[in-house]
Design a protein around this ligand. Structure first.
Ligand code: PLP
Length: 425
């Protein structure tokens, strides 16, 4: 039986799963199933009134997805998790219970390009707004925040630069403002960083990346620490006020610390439908079983490749926070003691054209718009994933036209260095 004090390596294999009671199957079964038979009329009524919790329909919950949710909550040290169809939908799922038309959030400038896009343009259609700040200068947040500010959003280790964020500092500011700190922990994973330990209230993941690890399945998750008081200051009426869709039920009054998770199932997933498919949950669980083993190798490989690049005459700045010379070295020691991840950018002295040449000439590195795969990946963001951003936004995100992003895999590092060496020549 699994105890709550088990260590990471045990939880990543066992949390949330037990042998299937009807067959004894040891691996998590794929419940490729949409609906669940009610035991009686009374049982059905209780489920629909949220008086009893159980599976109704797979848009809301599914037993295979539930195992992944429990396992992610255990690894992050949260009280519960909700999975979704992608990392991007997880971000909407995190904000949806908090935001109303006219509300805003404070977001880091150093975010995944797709998130900058989602926050700059798409969320405006919901009447939401993002105000961007450089999280290395978080004192600006006080000037930008107003009574309509409902969250601070950052990445722990940021995509693409691999810069690390001072989470305790941001958590203090969020506490001052009585709003939650939401941390995208995709590039760090719970193995390298535990945002809840440093004061975060909600964590989001693109499980598409390191959590699944194999580049097979899109997925996302929101994990709740259970620590935020949704009723204070009347800032979060979706969670504290009567919900018309449930006969005036008040989620925070009724479910206490589980308000956010239950709202996410009963309202967000029910009405927005960005549900994770059971097959994807299964593939993600398979990957998750080896997360710590992979992350250790990702980190040692990234260090070797970054050091080699850093000493190469044709290479400019290497942003890897795991380098001894990084301005983030102290912060890495304090908050990311197991390493600074395996994602960084590197500037080439030859500029835009040299970047395109490098991407063309590598053999082992794959040219793809993904990260966190077991395979090493390379991309030139200015001509691809950050193409839609203005040049100013590109530079703000650390992706000037002379920069390539590397996601270091778990291959032999000498082969990776050899590949880069021939391509740079
Ligand atoms: C990829 C990524 C996302 C978006 O996730 P998808 O699964 O592609 O929707 C969000 N945040 C970060 C840090 C990412 O790397």
């Amino acid at each position: 039986m699994l105890k709550s004090d088990h260590k990471f390596d045990t939880l990543q294999v066992h949390a949330g799963s037990r042998p299937d009671p009807s067959t004894g199957a040891r691996q998590v079964p794929i419940y490729q199933n949409t609906a669940y038979v009610f035991k009686s009329i009374l049982h059905a009524e209780a489920l629909f009134d949220l008086k009893e919790l159980g599976h109704i329909y797979s848009r809301l919950s599914n037993p295979t997805v539930s195992v992944l949710q429990e396992r992610l909550a255990a690894l992050e040290g949260g009280i519960g998790a909700i999975c979704s169809s992608s990392g991007h939908s997880a971000q909407i799922l995190a904000l949806f219970p908090l935001m109303h038309p006219g509300d805003n959030l404070i977001a880091s400038t150093r975010l995944y390009g797709g998130t900058v896009q989602q926050f700059s343009n798409t969320i405006k259609k919901f009447g939401w707004q993002a105000k961007f700040v450089d999280v290395d200068n978080p004192s600006q947040i006080h000037n930008l925040a107003d009574s309509k500010t409902k969250a601070i959003f950052c990445e722990s280790i940021s995509n693409p630069g691999g810069h690390v964020t001072d989470l305790p500092r941001l958590a203090n500011i969020a506490k001052d403002l009585s709003i939650p700190l939401i941390v995208d922990n995709t590039a760090a994973t719970p193995y390298l960083c535990n945002p809840f330990k440093y004061g975060a209230d909600l964590i989001v993941h693109s499980t598409t990346k390191y959590i699944s690890g194999n580049g097979t399945s899109l997925g996302g998750a929101v994990i709740d620490s259970g620590n935020f008081n949704w009723s204070q200051h009347d800032k979060f009426p979706s969670l504290s006020d009567p919900e018309p869709g449930y006969h005036g039920l008040k989620f925070h009054d009724t479910f206490g610390p589980y308000a956010f998770i239950i709202y996410s199932i009963a309202v967000s997933l029910r009405d927005l439908g960005m549900t994770m498919a059971p097959q994807n949950a299964f593939h993600t669980l398979l990957g998750l079983e080896t997360l710590s083993l992979r992350m250790k190798k990702h980190v040692t490989n990234a260090k070797k490749v970054a050091q080699w690049l850093d000493s190469h005459p044709d290479v400019g700045e290497v942003t890897y926070a795991g380098l001894k010379t990084s301005k983030y070295a102290q912060l890495v020691k304090k908050i990311y003691p197991r390493g600074a991840g395996a994602l960084f950018t590197t500037a080439l002295n030859g500029g835009y054209d040299a970047c395109l040449k490098l991407v063309n000439k590598v053999n082992l590195f794959s040219h793809v718009a993904n990260l966190g795969d077991t395979r090493s990946l390379i991309i030139h963001p200015a001509s691809t994933v950050h193409r839609q951003l203005t040049e100013e936004q590109q530079i703000e995100a650390g992706l000037a036209p002379n920069v390539v992003r590397l996601s270091i895999g778990i291959e032999d590092p000498t082969d990776l260095i050899k590949d880069l060496k021939q391509a740079l020549e």
